[in-house]
Design a protein around this ligand. Sequence first.
Ligand code: FES
Length: 409
Amino acid sequence: MAKYDYDKSVLKGLTTKDFMNQVKVRQSHIDAGSTDEPKSVYGPNIIAKEIHPEYVEGLIVKKIPTPAGCVYIVAPAKEKGFDELPPFRAGQHVTVQLDMPDKYTKRNYCISSAPSAAKGEHGFYQLVVSDHGPGHASEYINNTWQEGSIIRFSAPAGETYYDPIRDSRDVLAIGVGGPSMALCYDIIDGNADVNLFAIVLIPMPALLGLTGIYQDVADKSGGKIGFIPVLLNGEADGVEKGPVTAELLKEYMTDKETGKLKDMTVLLTCPDPICSMIEAELKKLGVPQRRIRKELQGNEGSVFEIPSYPAKRAVKQYSLKVWARGECTTVTCDSDKTIASAVEGAKIRLKTSCRSGHCGMCHTRLISGEYYTPESTDGRRQADKKFGWIHPCCTYPLSDMEIEVFPER
Ligand code: FES
C-alpha cells in the first residue's frame, strides 16, 4: 500500500509554492468580504419565540375575591402588542414580575384554567393567588392588582404536567387546586386520556367549600376524575384528616380488584415542607422516583432546619458585592435568606423562573466567598459547580461574597 493513498491527479499543476501561498490567498478573500454582521433568521427560532416569548403582558379582565384569596382572569394585553397568550401544558406556571415598594421580585402562579381556554385572541389564563398574610407577595398582589391592571409575566414553564410518553395513565394529584384543576379541564376537553384522582389539601374547615369545583369536574368527567379532601388543620365530619401518611396514600393507590398498589404517576403540587413529607411517605410505599413529579415553588422552610447546614445556626449578616452590567452594588444578606432575595432587595431585576434551584434561569457567577446550597435544590451541572456558578434563588451566604448577576433589562 502506498504511503499516501489518494488520487494525486487532482493536484496536477499545483506546486509547493501554491500551497505556501494559501494563507495569503485566503486572507485576501477575507479582506475583500463584507464587514456587515451576517443576519441569521431561522424558522424554528421564530416559532420558538412565539411559543416561548421572553415575557408577556396581560390585562386583568376579572378579579374574583374568595375566602382563601383572589382569582384573576388574565387576557393578552392588546394595547401592549400581545394579541395571544402562549400555549401551556396543564400543570405549568407563569412567573409574575412584582415591582414592590421595597424590592423587585417574582412569584410563580400555576395556571388553573384549561389549556384550550388560552387559545386565540379571546384566550385567557386563570391565576389563583392565595392569601398568605401580611408581608407576603400575595398580600401585595391582592391589594394592588385590579380589573384593568396590566401585569408582566414569563411564558409558561414547569415540569409538573402529565406526559403520555413518560407517565402512567393513572395519575394521583396531591396538593392545592391549580395544576390539577387545569388537568381536570384537559380531561373533560378530551385532550388528556387520564384517570385522575386528586387528594385536595384543605388548610381549615372553613375552606371545605372550595372542593365544590372538584365535584363539578368529577360530575362531568364520566368517571375519569375522583377526589377526596384532606383537612390539614381542624376537624370535620366525614373528611379525611391530615397529614398525608403512607397509610392514607395506600388506601387510595390500591387497586380494589387485585389488592395491589397501582402504578400511578404522582403530581405533587404543594409547597415545602409538606411536599417533602409526602414524598417520604410515597417512598415508604415503594413508589419509584420516576413516578413522582414535583415542583418546589421557592424554599418556604428555614435553612437552619436542614441537617446538612454547615454553620452555627444563628442569623448573621454578610456583605454581598453584586456586579451587574459593569456596576457594583453592595447589599447585606442575612444568613437565613437567599442571595436572590438580597439582590432583589436592591431592586436588581434578577432573571428567575422556578425559584427552587432547578431551571438555571438565575445562573450567577461566583467571584469570591463561601455559600450553602441545600442538596434537594441544587440543580447545577457538575461543570457549573466546578467553574464557580451558583443559583442564588436557593443559595445562602456563609461569608461575605462577591458575585456577578445577569439581570433583565
Ligand atoms: S430560578 Fe430556577 S434555578 Fe434559580
